[in-house]
Design a binder for this molecule. Sequence first.
Ligand SMILES: O=c1nc[nH]c2c1ncn2[C@H]1C[C@H](O)[C@@H](COP(=O)(O)OP(=O)(O)OP(=O)(O)O)O1
Ligand SMILES: [Mg+2]
Length: 206
Amino acid sequence: MSSSTPTTTTDSSKAARPTTLNFITGNANKLAEVRAILFTETNVVEGGDNSSNKPQLVLQSRDVPGHEIQGSIEEVARDKCSRAAAVVGGPVLTEDTALEFAAYNGLPGPYIKYFLQAVGHEGLNNMLAAYEDKTAFAVCTFAYCGGPGQDPILFQGRTQGRIVPARGPSNFGWDPVFEYEGKTYAEMDKAEKVRLGPQKIIRPSA
Ligand SMILES: O=c1nc[nH]c2c1ncn2[C@H]1C[C@H](O)[C@@H](COP(=O)(O)OP(=O)(O)OP(=O)(O)O)O1
Ligand SMILES: [Mg+2]
């Protein structure tokens, strides 16, 4: 993924090309999937070791301090990334996952974490019991921020699926209730899930 490489600049008045880019998340499963998707021996390291001069993606498992704001997926993503850059004091990559129900015009969206915690897989299904349309979109929004005070840049992928009664191991979030092409994410093995690309990737501006 090209967003794993920090921006290069030929303008010597700007900051030097960063040597590390931290991916920050408090979610061990998310970290594992990002590792599986982005890992190459040359550009990803664990922890903070950066003995080579190449830009490296450092995977950090820690919560971004502060609270998630209310707002659109993009506003939530930008805010978390800015807070992460402030705490790290340098370039960071963060990710926010939303789950939009078509019948709810996009909700729970960025609030899926709290709905999942509150009502579980069965509750997510019950929310849709009154509706014929079980369509859901998994929305992954990566945010890159060059450093404290800089505007984050977003990259967003969307995958269309449907909400079904839970099938498969309950290891990660809403994986058992999100069905994509006949299988829930939980029924896929990890390699299969991380190989799936989003159906489209956009650079949201708002
Ligand atoms: O592929 C996924 N399959 C199933 N569930 C998933 C996936 N990816 C995120 N999830 C869950 C975790 C959390 O309940 C919510 C997103 O919330 P989100 O804020 O992005 O993640 P988080 O708070 O766990 O970690 P972070 O420290 O990166 O903010 O959806
Ligand atoms: Mg979060």
